[in-house]
Design a protein. Structure first.
Ligand code: NAP
Length: 402
């Protein structure tokens, strides 16, 4: 676990931070209030040098090399909202043997194999706890606690902003638009809200979680995902009549040596612990072979909850922690495979006819001037067909795996 390359034996760790938006400012606030960690921000690189900042101007730069080439800076903290620029920063920092902390789930998920190799090649750690479910310590738990246990599945609410929107709609009767505006005002959404609404954000996290659970690199574009962008009043009424709420659920699991994964809206009833996870909270249910279920809950977005996960990684670096990617070296022989049947609700334009031949069975069919839907069993692989139709009047919600 030890790494010799970053200079953690100094009294005060010097941080070079990229980004001073929601999370960057959260990091600054949490760092100021944390007595147990001996770290100082030496420089902050931002994009727009003309913006007014809450800290002295001398602390800021628009030239990233001032951080990357500063031999006094031990740890680079990458908190920007541009995944391509973020990768260049992280790569360069690792090449210069500076330990890195990042919260950028898009960049990490899209570049996991490269980031893994860079860490090995330069023997320098990259930690990214804040990238998955913000304040919930899931990655370090998967790496450390679950090393010897055989995990069957990880399922949960991985996206704080859509959960905030869904719980405002279901619990407070807000319109979808009003709930989205509130989530944006509170800093819970990504700069581009499509990443949240269409389920990209949770699928990035799922890709990262798969690596730390099953040791597989499954790129985000290979994981089926469908967001809440097409949810309407009709779907909400259907959920209410079923005594359920709708949550955007991400899951990865193993079955017969294969690992499948998806991210889908799901009807969740009161029996599931996830039904009580509201607002910007995230929840994760881990199912293990011998310990049954364990449930983690915590804030999944926002300045200070995310900032506190970043601080935890900085602190871990001061005692030479690094991910060992133990599941990769365990060589358990898992392969990706999406041969799993799901019971799905599919709503489409009233009285329209859609090709339902991909459904294996249909158990319920409804048609009215407000909406038409079927409920039936379909293979996960066949759901891609309906996603690609991309009709604004189509929506799908998972009921259960069958
Ligand atoms: N917000 C959350 O709750 C949350 C939770 C978990 C993870 N994250 C992740 O944390 C990261 C930051 O999110 P955020 O919400 O803090 O974003 P944000 O509020 O939009 O702030 C982005 C910051 O990045 C800076 N920036 C953008 N491009 C840059 C570049 N090329 N070089 C230097 N600085 C650059 C911006 O500079 P200017 O100030 O000059 O515009 C701004 O300060 C993202 O990867 C996000 O996915 C966010």
């Amino acid at each position: 676990m030890a790494t010799n390359n970053h200079k953690s034996n100094r009294n005060t760790v010097k941080l070079g931070v990229f980004g001073f938006g929601c999370v960057g400012q959260g990091l600054h606030q949490v760092l100021n209030a944390t007595r147990g960690i001996n770290a100082d921000i030496k420089k902050i690189c931002i994009k727009d040098g003309r913006k007014k900042r809450s800290l002295p101007t001398a602390l800021f730069t628009t030239d990233g090399d001032e951080i990357l080439n500063d031999p006094e800076i031990d740890i680079v903290v990458e908190l920007i909202d541009d995944s391509e620029a973020a990768y260049e920063i992280v790569k360069s920092a690792l090449q210069k043997r500076k330990a890195v902390v990042s919260a950028n789930k898009k960049m990490i998920a899209e570049k996991l194999p490269e980031l893994y190799k860079l860490q090995q090649k330069y023997n320098t750690p990259l930690l990214y706890e804040a990238s998955c479910c913000a304040s919930i310590p899931i990655i370090r738990n998967l790496e450390e606690y679950y090393d010897n246990d055989l995990l069957n599945s990880v399922e949960g609410i991985f996206n704080g902003s859509t959960n905030y929107i869904l719980s405002s709609v279901f619990n407070e009767g807000l319109t979808f638009e009003k709930a989205l505006t509130q989530a944006q005002e509170l800093g819970f959404t990504e700069s581009d809200p499509v990443l949240d609404l269409e389920g990209f954000d949770p699928v990035y996290k799922t890709s990262i979680v798969i690596l730390h659970t099953f040791g597989l690199f499954i790129p985000p574009e290979e994981i089926f995902h469908y967001g809440i962008q097409n949810l309407n009043a009709f779907d909400i009424e259907v959920a209410r009549k079923r005594g359920a709420t709708i949550k955007l659920i991400s899951k990865c699991a193993k079955k017969d040596g294969k690992v499948y994964a998806y991210c889908l809206p799901k009807f969740v009833n009161g029996n599931s612990p996830l039904s009580k996870v509201d607002e910007e909270y995230n929840g994760i249910v881990l199912e293990s072979c011998f310990a049954e279920n364990q449930f983690f809950v915590g804030k999944g977005a926002g300045a200070q909850p995310t900032g506190s996960a970043v601080i935890s990684d900085i602190s871990a670096l001061t005692y030479q922690y690094k991910y060992e990617y133990k599941k990769i070296s365990q060589k358990n022989g898992y392969e990706p495979g999406n041969n799993i049947n799901l019971k799905v609700y599919m709503r489409y334009r009233p009285y329209a006819s859609i090709d339902l031949t991909r459904f294996r069975t249909i158990t319920e069919k409804y048609s009215s001037s407000d909406g038409s839907y079927v409920i039936g069993t379909i293979n996960l692989k066949d759901l891609w067909y309906y996603k690609q139709i991309d009709e604004a009047d189509l929506n799908m919600v998972l009921l259960e795996e069958v």
